[in-house]
Design a protein. Sequence first.
Length: 112
Amino acid sequence: MSSAPSPKGRRVTLDALAKGAAVPQATEALVETRQEPAAPPPAPPEAVAPAARSGSSRDKYPSATVYLPKKAIRLIKEISLEEDRRISDILAEAVDEYLTRRGHPSLEQLSK
């Protein structure tokens, strides 16, 4: 990796900006600072023991990925905010209606 500064000077790292480093004028040279984190970041939620997440819907149901147009996702997010509901609950309701309309058991029946 080259340590030569770019024609516009060196970039300020996100770490330096987060710590309050001032953004210099375009004519000033920028100095890149890198510091090691003081403590390791907390463990991600997946690494937490299941007992710590008891009662979570993640314990009860596996996940699935749904690909939808951006406008549809935005609309579902807006509806979830307006109705104070989780997106997964809205999508589960839609899947439940689809299954029962086609003569299949409901999600409640399938979860028993």
